[in-house]
Design a protein around this ligand. Structure first.
Ligand SMILES: O=C(O)CCC(=O)C(=O)O
Length: 271
């Protein structure tokens, strides 16, 4: 199978899997892609992120956020050869089926490199940053290499999308300390599993997730795509994070109207 077929064929999700996702707030899916498909994109993404990787300050001088990863966003807009990964029908259909919606739009993509010896990803929820009228939002996390425990795989707190604490918190050491101190937090429940090349995870915007440091001498490159239910509206931003996201990802959308911008294309729709 060539990479285009692999990107666009169907990965079946049965009702039990979708129910488990709804209950737990995340799911890890094995062998979604052939390793060769990701090996095709990996050097292209590396090239696109190389400049920001070269220009970063030494690890010990950075904030917890900047030690966690180097980000390069919305590559689909600038790199024609990366666009097919972002527009993968297989991934978008999985997102729609897990969200139980009839169509999904792109919020944005991002390349995330946790550098060799890079820091932990503080525990957080993504939806804090998203000024949308829906919680039907999901991120697919696609490692571009094998990620054993020592390389910092993404970990999840099962069912944390159902709690109502920590929703005003950004990604920082202080926010993480507040999450850990909460009586509802139980670190024994954390689900941390290694990923092989070709495995991906999905998590809701309100699911708490984090990652251990990368204790190896190899970078941990990852690509992510964020989807939202077609029909969702832009809402008035209520946090600093949401104000920043409105400017970056929704600059031409109108408050309280459905988002239909070409910056947020419809990536999959039920026929
Ligand atoms: O890759 C990581 O360590 C963090 C990723 C993350 O927080 C996300 O994709 O929402």
């Amino acid at each position: 199978m060539n990479y285009e077929q692999d990107l666009n064929d169907h990965f079946g999700l049965d009702e039990v899997v979708v129910n488990n996702f709804e209950r737990d707030g995340y799911g890890i899916f094995r062998k979604v892609f052939q390793p060769e498909t990701l090996e095709h994109f990996s050097p292209l993404i590396r090239e696109a992120t190389d400049k920001s990787l070269q220009t970063f300050v030494p690890m010990e001088e950075r904030s917890a956020y900047d030690q966690a990863f180097i980000q390069e966003m919305n590559l689909w807009r600038r790199y024609e050869d990366i666009l097919p990964l972002v527009f993968s029908k297989k991934l978008a259909r999985m997102a729609a089926e897990l969200l139980r919606v009839d169509g999904v739009r792109l919020y944005h993509d991002q390349a995330l490199t946790k550098e060799k010896r890079g820091g932990k990803t503080p525990w957080h929820c993504d939806q804090y940053y998203w000024p949308l009228s829906t919680d039907r939002m999901v991120t697919v996390w696609i490692p571009l290499v094998d990620v054993p425990f020592e390389r910092g795989p993404l970990s999840f707190m099962p069912q944390s999308q159902r709690t109502d604490f920590g929703r005003h918190l950004d990604i920082s050491d202080a926010a993480e300390a507040e999450i850990f101190a909460h009586p509802q937090w139980n670190s024994e429940l954390i689900d941390e599993q290694p990923f092989a090349l070709g495995d991906v995870s999905y998590h809701f915007g309100w699911t708490f997730h984090g990652a251990h440091p990368n204790n190896t001498d190899l970078d941990r490159p990852v690509f992510t795509i964020i989807y939202f239910a077609d029909g969702a509206c832009l809402v008035e931003p209520v946090t600093e994070g949401q104000r920043g996201d409105q400017v970056k990802w929704l600059p031409d959308s109108i408050i309280n109207e459905p988002i239909t911008s070409k910056l947020n294309p419809l990536l999959w729709q039920r026929k």
